[in-house]
Design a protein around this ligand. Structure first.
Ligand SMILES: [Zn+2]
Length: 317
């Protein structure tokens, strides 16, 4: 009995301290008058959430829908996730077809929360663009490459889109959102220069990427790498390679002397590990569809890009 009582007191104390920690937020409709609730944004992936948080600063609460490490292509929202989406003032998503579950959600009855796609305005890569392999009949086909965030130039567009959307939802803080976006874009410009300087240290003939699925197209285009192929030759990790595709990839990798396969933490590594074992090469784990856990060194988008670039450069050099 006594133990139960102490436990309840601890729980109560925690609840009180949590309540005390929640900071006052500006309001949605009336520019910050007392008593109204704060602007609530639900971001789909941890990457989208980080960009939105950088732009929102302390002026909105940002909730991340997908858990760290979840595959954004294959994510299926739980009833609780749907309730979280329903209670938001706006949903911010990568878009470009990344969050396949959103289509079903938006088609559901009674859905009236606005969705802002941060990739809006970015020219999407087509499948096979800048790759040696063309499109095969029967390939899983999407409108374009949804992995826009792998180039910081595109994330500058994310930041501008987020600032515009937040300013429209909360005009009282419009200036702050645009100023935060300006500062973030400056940090992304520095990141872009840093990545190029790192890639430039890799001998030209080694600047070849093979990954679990076609995730690094914008990165490869921006920094002068070749995306030779992928274990799953598609923009979605949900696809499956044919035996022929896998054999062709292994041949191409052998011919090019590829020494490493990159696998994202949100992907199933089994097939990549088998290919690597067949070829006697290494598997290097990167963060692709998700930021890393606390302590990973990839907790923010900028750190995630630095982490991946360092791992890529070390493996290719
Ligand atoms: Zn992907």
């Amino acid at each position: 009995m006594r133990r139960v009582a102490i436990a309840s007191i601890i729980v109560l104390a925690l609840l009180i301290s949590l309540a005390a920690c929640s900071s006052p937020m500006p309001t949605v409709n009336d520019g910050g008058s007392e008593g109204a609730r704060p602007l609530r944004i639900v971001a789909t992936t941890s990457i989208v959430a980080d960009v939105v948080t950088q732009v929102a600063g302390e002026h909105a609460s940002v909730t991340t829908l997908l858990p760290l490490g979840a595959d954004p292509h294959a994510f299926a929202p739980s009833p609780r996730d749907l309730a979280t989406l329903h209670e938001a003032d706006a949903i911010m998503a990568n878009g470009a077809g990344l969050e396949e579950f959103l289509e079903g959600y938006l088609a559901s009855a009674g859905q009236d929360v606005p969705v802002i796609y941060l990739s809006e305005g970015i020219t999407l890569r087509a499948f096979g663009e800048h790759d040696d392999e063309g499109e095969q009949p029967g390939d899983v086909h999407e409108d374009g490459d949804p992995h826009t965030w792998t180039s910081p130039l595109n994330v500058m567009v994310f930041a501008r889109n987020a600032a515009d959307a937040l300013a429209a939802l909360d005009p009282a803080n419009a200036e702050a959102y645009h100023a935060n976006a300006d500062a973030y874009v400056a940090a992304l410009e520095e990141l872009d220069r840093w990545i190029q300087a790192q890639i430039d240290t890799v001998p030209a003939e080694n600047r070849v990427l093979v990954s679990d699925h076609d995730v690094f197209g914008y990165y490869a285009d921006r920094y002068g790498l070749e995306q030779l192929g992928a274990i799953v030759p598609a923009f979605s990790s949900a696809a499956q390679p044919s035996a022929r595709e896998l054999a062709d990839l292994q041949t191409a990798m052998r011919e090019r002397g590829v020494q490493v396969v990159f696998v994202g933490t949100s992907a199933n590594p089994n097939l990549a590990e088998r290919v690597a074992a067949d070829l006697g090469i290494q598997v290097v784990v990167l963060y692709t569809g998700s930021l890393g856990e606390a302590g990973s060194g990839a907790e923010t988008y900028i750190d995630y890009m630095r982490y991946n670039t360092t791992a890529i450069v070390q493996a290719l050099r």
